[in-house]
Design a protein around this ligand. Structure first.
Ligand code: BG6
Length: 491
């Protein structure tokens, strides 16, 4: 973690080079995020961006495209004048990913921008299909770009990082022959969501939670990341991937680790990552016995007719799974993970269900206390408590203490890409995934995939678009209050 933002280093220039400059991610996320960082004064003094694409385009044409994207996708305020100054920082550069001589041209372009006495820093952002990751990195080396004298050079890499442990290892071997681990920033945008960053604060700066965050007081944890949209235009990628690889291996397991980890010695990058790694190393190995009690796979109706999806596809668009952590804090506490597409609502939350307390008889049992950490669309925290209902007879009632961050007047949460880009510029890799985290999460997901291999067809539950998922989901939770708490919410 870094609290210091070093934005005014007089003698250095920072250049972000985006591979995939004409792609969806750049237009929807990266450029709007850079724009917000620019208008809020967070970008370093001498910051420029070179956006790389394979199409012929002038910088002027490219800037016009960006204007449309920012107006459409920027989460917050837009001002014509600040766009002018912002767009001047961005140039378009045509490059064919396979062509080494194009990289040599890029190197000449960078050399032509050198200023005597001023150090350069370079951030290479790979917003491209993973098929190109290795090739681009190899060409950065072969063309001499990687050896250009620099204050620093960092590689920012999007997911998916491999399809399993084997392919992830191969990819890692290849990129780490060119960049050191400390300079590789692997993105998991969920980790940078505002309320996820809040979990450390909530757990470790509030004495009321510190002592009860364990198996003695918590009956189960539910991590739900649900989406309303189907696969849309990403059928080609998604059909070969599925929800286990697309969401569980990265976002959901990261949320689990942040919820479950021991207090790190400090909030320094490696201390935090080491604690997450300990959680991943303690995951109870997935076994195929009574698999239906531990794993539900679902596919929404009509998925097989989506563009670029196999007509007989058995790719899962929904996963519910039960994970156990074998350590002293969490022994026996189920962590339920649920994620899916084409559901009723887009919502993400972590729900901590505490054990029930029934010391006295009020005619009916008390409800368990629930702590909801709401990630999206609402951001906030809700604590459910048992109280005495006002009146002359002692009756128990459940109330909610609600902190709604996203309801605050003029509140506007930064997009996670703003945080990630700023951290990468400042050299803070705490929110990025270290290689050993990836290895362990792939190992875990591979073990699930191995168990379902050959059984997928019979396991797959079909569910209606716009529903709460397959019916079997309702009986999947077997402890505490016996249901998915997210279902209590209307969005
Ligand atoms: C991506 C997945 O990592 O996360 C997508 O590849 C998914 O399939 C997306 O739709 C969800 O992110 P968010 O931030 O919109 O909830």
């Amino acid at each position: 973690m870094s609290n210091d933002i070093n934005i005014n280093n007089e003698s250095s220039k920072t250049t972000m080079i985006i591979f995939g400059g004409t792609g969806d991610l750049t237009h929807r996320k990266l450029i709007p995020a850079l724009y917000q960082l620019h208008i809020n004064g967070f970008l370093p003094k001498d910051f420029t961006t070179i956006s790389i694409g394979r199409r012929d385009k002038t910088t002027e044409e490219y800037r016009e495209d960006l204007l449309t994207s920012i107006k459409r996708f920027s989460s917050r305020n837009f001002e014509e004048e600040s766009f002018e100054s912002f767009s001047k920082m961005i140039t378009y550069f045509r490059l064919n990913f396979e062509d080494q001589s194009d990289y040599e041209d890029l190197l000449s372009e960078l050399n032509s921008r050198d200023t005597p006495g001023v150090k350069n820093s370079y951030m290479f952002y790979l917003a491209v299909s993973p098929n190109y990751f290795s090739e681009i990195v190899m060409n950065l080396k072969a063309s001499g770009l990687r050896d250009k004298d620099s204050l620093w050079q960092r590689l920012i890499i999007e997911k998916p990082f491999g399809q399993n442990l084997e392919s992830a290892t191969k990819l890692n071997d290849s990129i780490s022959s060119v960049f050191e681990e400390k300079d590789i920033y692997r993105i998991d945008h969920y980790v940078a969501k505002e309320m996820i960053q809040n979990i450390n604060m909530l757990r470790f700066q509030n004495a009321i939670f510190g002592s009860i965050w364990n198996k003695d007081h918590i009956s189960n944890v539910q991590i739900t990341v649900l989406e309303k949209e189907g696969v849309g235009t990403r059928g080609g990628y998604y059909d070969g991937t599925g929800a286990l690889r697309d969401m569980v291996q990265n976002h959901l397991l990261q949320l689990l680790a942040i919820t479950a980890m021991e207090p790190p010695v400090s909030l320094d990058t490696d201390d935090v990552r080491n604690e997450k790694v300990k959680v991943f190393s303690s995951l109870k190995p997935f076994s195929g016995d009574h698999i239906e009690e531990k794993l539900i796979l679902g596919q929404y109706k009509g998925y097989q007719n989506e563009d670029k999806v196999d007509k007989e596809s058995i790719t899962e668009t929904l996963v519910a799974t039960k994970v156990f952590i074998e350590n002293d804090r969490w022994e026996g506490v189920p962590f339920y993970l649920l994620t899916g597409k084409s559901l009723k609502n887009k919502t993400a939350q972590i729900t901590i269900e505490f054990k029930q307390s029934n010391r006295y008889n009020y005619g009916k049992e008390s409800e368990p206390n629930i702590l909801e950490i709401k990630i999206q669309p609402d951001e906030g925290i809700t604590l459910h408590l048992n109280i005495k209902e006002p009146g002359v007879v002692d009756k128990i009632a459940m109330v909610e203490m609600d902190y709604c961050q996203s309801c605050l007047y003029l509140f506007n949460s930064p997009d996670s890409y703003e945080k990630l880009l700023l951290d990468a510029i400042n050299g803070d890799s705490t929110l990025f995934t270290r290689w050993d985290e990836l290895q362990l999460t792939w190992k875990y997901v591979d073990s699930i995939l191995d168990e379902v291999n050959g059984k997928k067809n019979s396991m797959m539950k079909s569910y209606e678009v716009g529903s709460n998922g397959p019916e079997d989901l309702s009986s999947f939770i077997d402890s505490g209050a016996n249901h998915w708490w997210y279902l209590n919410r209307e969005y």
